[in-house]
Design a protein around this ligand. Sequence first.
Ligand code: NDP
Ligand code: OXD
Length: 310
Amino acid sequence: MTLNILFASSPEDWAAYETPLQAAFDKVGLTTDLRADFPPDQVDYIVYAPDGTVQDFTVFTRLKAVFSLWAGVEKIVGNQTLNVPLTRMVDFGLRQGMVEWVTGHVLRYHLGMDAHINANPGEWDPAAPPLSRSRRVTILGLGELGTACGQALDALGFPVSGWSRTAKSVPGITCFHGDEGLTQALELADILVLLLPNTPQTQNTLNTDTLAVLPQGAFVLNPGRGPLIDDDALLAALDAGQVAHATLDVFRTEPLPLDHPYWHHPNVTVTPHIAAATRTDSASKLVAENLRLSETGAPLLHLVDRSRGY
Ligand code: NDP
Ligand code: OXD
């Protein structure tokens, strides 16, 4: 039997994914017809990214599951027309990319690199940076990406704390959870990293009240999602020196509008949602494996809990 797979993303993604996806489907021994366009009533599975045009899933009358190419699923998780299993992306490329982006920016702050990169001739400050053991890092979100980043920073010698919704025990990371745990985690954040999903519960996690809990002069990294931060509150904290500098990869509106104050603030670095990218080869293997599992009736990998929102 041939399985009809609709690739529902941008034309650029289709060009990048068609060959690796087809190769991965062939490798798991399934006969598939993979296309970027199909009559909806003939589609068995959808490979999805939010850049595509699919909004109404009711037209896909024989749909069995949707496989998201993205880790963050806030644009689809609340879609009331979707009533089949939804999986999200967990892959080596995303994890490794995020570890590299986060450790790179943590080290930039920790080593005070900007002072030397931007120094004028004759500015000769021979003070050595402190060692990592005296710079505390807190990660909000101890999932696939937050945990990997925390463990990489622990291996570099940073005291690492983390915060999650449910209680956790992770080697090398002091774990906190729940409302009370958030305050404790923020108090330990010389450098704060946001790696939470965007859900109604996580929006504005960083606001006037929580920013005030950070040690004065803390640094903020946000590779999670824009709505995790109340932007006005962060700008006020930057102007007051409560936050020394922020590096932001994700925004409420992307691309970041040209007139947004973040572009022009001297203590903000913006990066264009490039902290971690799904890599076509490893991502295609996960999609193919989930296709295989679905066809055998086995539980799918990285199933999204629609009630939790991630
Ligand atoms: P996971 O689902 O694996 O982890 C999410 C973590 O957040 C979990 O530890 C979870 O807690 C915690 N969490 C969720 N809700 C709350 C809450 N209300 N209070 C406290 N903690 C909470 O996600 P990933 O690690 O795979 O990805 C995280 C996010 O990173 C994605 O959702 C996406 O937005 C972003 N991302 C950004 C990329 C970029 O390029 N900038 C690339 C890829 C992802 P618990 O463990 O208890 O469930
Ligand atoms: C993702 C992302 O969620 O790239 O995968 O942001």
